[in-house]
Design a protein around this ligand. Structure first.
Ligand SMILES: [Fe+2]
Length: 254
C-alpha cells in the first residue's frame, strides 16, 4: 500500500505540472545541444521488453555516428568479477536518427533464451568505449508477488524536478520489477533535448529496471490520437519512428 500511496502522490504531483496541449519547441540552446550531443561512449541505455519478461530482455542505447559497430556482452551474475571471462557477445542492430541535437545512432538487442528469475550483468559498447556493467533480473516463470512503480506524466521540468520523483520512487521501491509510464514522458513530441533530460533523470535506473513506456498525446505530432479518441489508432509515422528507435527491438538469442 505504501507504494500505491507513493504512486498516487506522484501521479497527482506530476499532473499539476502537466500541460494539456503540445506546444511548439523553441529554437534549441546551442549550449544544451553541445551538452547532450552523443559521443562514442554509449548513453541513454534503457531496458524494455519485446517478449516474455521471464526469458528475454531488450536493451537500447545511443552513440554518435562515428562509434564502432556496437555489441552487447552478457553473463549470469556472480559474487565476484569472474563473469567477465564468461560473457557472451552479440552484435547490435543500429538505426540512424536525426534530431535538433545531432545525427545519432540508436542500437538495440533483444536477449532471448534467458533463465527465469536470474540476475544477469551486461555492458554495451565497442573498442575502448564501453558502458559500466549493469544488472537486471528476469521475471519468475510462475506467479509470485512483485512491485512496480507507476509514473503519470513526467512531461515537464524533467531535469529540475522529475529527477527527484524517480529517485525518490526508487528509494521507496528499490526492488520494483519495472517502471510503468502512463504517457507524456516528455512535453513536445520528438524534442530531443527533453528526451536528454528524461534520460539524465533516470540515469542508471533505466539501465537496470525495465521500462514499460506508453505514448501519450504529447508523444504524437499530428494529433491523430486526440482526434479519433482511439488509443489503438495507428500512430503517425513521425512519432512512431522516434518512439520505437528510443526503445526498439531486434532479435538475439543469449
Ligand atoms: Fe500530460
Amino acid at each position: 500500500m505504501r507504494l500505491v500511496h507513493l504512486a498516487l502522490a506522484l501521479l497527482v504531483a506530476s499532473s499539476v505540472l502537466a500541460h494539456e496541449a503540445p506546444v511548439q519547441a523553441a529554437p534549441p540552446d546551442p549550449k544544451l545541444v553541445e551538452q547532450y550531443r552523443p559521443t562514442e561512449f554509449p548513453d541513454r541505455i534503457v531496458l524494455t521488453w519485446a517478449d516474455d519478461p521471464a526469458t528475454s530482455q531488450a536493451v537500447t542505447w545511443r552513440t554518435n555516428a562515428s562509434a564502432a559497430p556496437q555489441r552487447i556482452e552478457v553473463a549470469v551474475a556472480e559474487d565476484g568479477p569472474g563473469f567477465v571471462g564468461k560473457a557472451k557477445s552479440f552484435a547490435a542492430e543500429t538505426e540512424a536518427m536525426t534530431s535538433e541535437i545531432s545525427d545519432a545512432r540508436y542500437h538495440s538487442v533483444v536477449l532471448r533464451g534467458l533463465n527465469p528469475k536470474t540476475q544477469y550483468v551486461y555492458r554495451v559498447g565497442a573498442g575502448a568505449s564501453w558502458s559500466a556493467w549493469h544488472e537486471f533480473t528476469t521475471a519468475a516463470d510462475r506467479h509470485e508477488p512483485f512491485s512496480f512503480i507507476y509514473f503519470g506524466d513526467a512531461q515537464n521540468d524533467l531535469k529540475m524536478h522529475w529527477s527527484r520523483v524517480i529517485r525518490r520512487a526508487f528509494r521507496d521501491a528499490p526492488n520494483a520489477r519495472f517502471l510503468l509510464h502512463a504517457g507524456d514522458l516528455i512535453n513536445r513530441a520528438d524534442a530531443d533535448l527533453e528526451w536528454a533530460e528524461w534520460h539524465e533523470a533516470g540515469g542508471w535506473m533505466n539501465a537496470s529496471i525495465p521500462n514499460v513506456p506508453t505514448p501519450g498525446n504529447h508523444e504524437y505530432t499530428s494529433g491523430r490520437l486526440r482526434r479519433t479518441g482511439d488509443p489503438s489508432s495507428p500512430c503517425p509515422r513521425t512519432a512512431c519512428r522516434g518512439w520505437r528507435r528510443r526503445a526498439t527491438r531486434s532479435t538475439t538469442r543469449a
